[in-house]
Design a protein around this ligand. Structure first.
Ligand SMILES: Nc1ncnc2c1ncn2[C@@H]1O[C@H](COP(=O)(O)OP(=O)(O)OP(=O)(O)O)[C@@H](O)[C@H]1O
Ligand SMILES: [Mg+2]
Length: 350
């Protein structure tokens, strides 16, 4: 059963407080969409609107071509995993996984096979008789995923499913989720996270939310290389965001003239130049800027330099730097014109 998700101008309010503001977003059948954004931006609310746990003040929610806006949660054909494991503590693993099947009135004879399938898919077949308290955090989360998959949902909603796990377990589970999706290529997944690594690793596309609104949406590469606004630029990856004034085919940054593609940005306006720190080089080159080193941080694989250029702090992440410059040293940094993106209010890059 393959079905996408569509938000059509969905708004949710608690009292006068609008926490989801006119969300338009489509998750294609079989696609993994990450919903990325800071705390309180409305991610869980969007998920709950799909699940049916919150009713939109306006707009419609579609699963496949079915308008589910008024359907109760159990009739929407979705599997959901929430941040805290939320297993039933008094039920064994197999009973937890069978729970949704019973609620859906699946034929009694079919249930044990479906439970066994879901548990083996998540690597938990050997734990069927245990109680949740006899499992580690990662194992409990696998059971929660098995429970969501047992009903063979067309749509899987995951709300920060890895946030309760430590970093090492998290990256292992991330690989497992990717494998699971390869085994179930028809399932559409909406994956809420505030962790950009999870979003970049797992998602086909990322929807970036801030303050109840969708700010940007695109493939991880698009958002990273051509962010539409400062929020996306700084939330997806690291960014130098440098105030500049725009000329024709170039901008001025402090006293220096810098070549970039100014696109549709009109000459004369103020804008922000986004350059990724790992694309900034040390020494002479195109778009060279003279500055003073204000900080040097060793980060294992790279050195992070902070260089003051006319009062702007420019970050550069440099590999293979045998002899880093010293504090206060006069240096030149540079970047290729094609590695800079000009951001201006009201201008978007598609
Ligand atoms: N039941 C509720 N009643 C009133 N306000 C609520 C309710 N649930 C959520 N909110 C508010 O809605 C806003 C969005 O909440 P939501 O849970 O969607 O954020 P989130 O993006 O998932 O954040 P986090 O990353 O912290 O989980 C927040 O300001 C929150 O306080
Ligand atoms: Mg949340």
């Amino acid at each position: 059963m393959s079905s996408g998700i569509r938000f059509d101008s969905v708004s949710v309010a608690y009292g006068k407080n609008v926490v989801l503001d006119g969300l338009d977003l489509t998750v294609e059948p079989g696609e993994v969409m990450a919903l990325l954004g800071p705390s309180g931006s409305g991610k869980t609310t969007a998920l709950r609107a799909v699940a049916g746990f919150v009713r939109p003040a306006s707009g419609r929610v579609f699963i496949g071509d079915r308008d589910v806006t008024s359907l109760p949660p159990h009739r929407r054909g979705i599997g959901m995993v929430v941040q805290q494991y939320a297993l039933f503590p008094h039920m064994r693993v197999e009973e937890n996984v069978a729970f949704g099947l019973k609620a859906q009135k699946v034929a009694r004879a079919e249930i044990p096979g479906r439970v066994a399938d879901a548990l083996s898919m998540t690597g938990m077949a050997a734990y069927a008789k245990r109680f949740p308290r006899e499992l580690s955090g990662g194992q409990q989360q696998r059971v929660a995923i098995a429970r969501a998959l047992a009903i063979r949902p067309g749509v899987l909603l995951l709300d920060e499913p890895l946030s309760a796990l430590d970093a090492q377990l998290r990256s292992g589970m991330l690989a497992e989720l990717a494998r699971l999706h390869r085994e179930l290529p028809d399932v559409s997944i909406l994956y809420v996270t505030h962790d950009q690594v999870e979003a970049l690793t797992l998602a086909d596309r990322i929807a970036v939310m801030d303050r109840a609104r969708l700010q940007d949406c695109g493939t991880p590469q698009e958002l990273y290389r051509r962010p539409r606004n400062e929020f996306t630029a700084s939330f997806v990856g690291n960014a130098n965001l440098l105030p500049v004034s725009v000329g024709v085919g170039s901008v001025s940054l402090g006293g220096a003239e810098v070549k970039v593609d100014t696109g549709e940005v009109a000459a004369g306006v103020s804008a922000t130049l986004c350059v990724r720190p790992h694309l900034v080089g040390l020494g002479p080159g195109p778009n060279a800027l003279a500055g003073t080193v204000t900080e040097v941080q060793w980060r294992g694989a790279t050195h992070r330099l902070y260089v003051d250029v006319d009062g702007q702090s420019v970050k550069a992440d440099l590999r293979e730097l045998r002899k880093p410059p010293s504090l206060g040293e006069e240096v030149t940094v540079h970047f290729a014109p094609e590695d800079a993106v000009l951001l201006s209010a009201g201008v978007t890059h598609d």
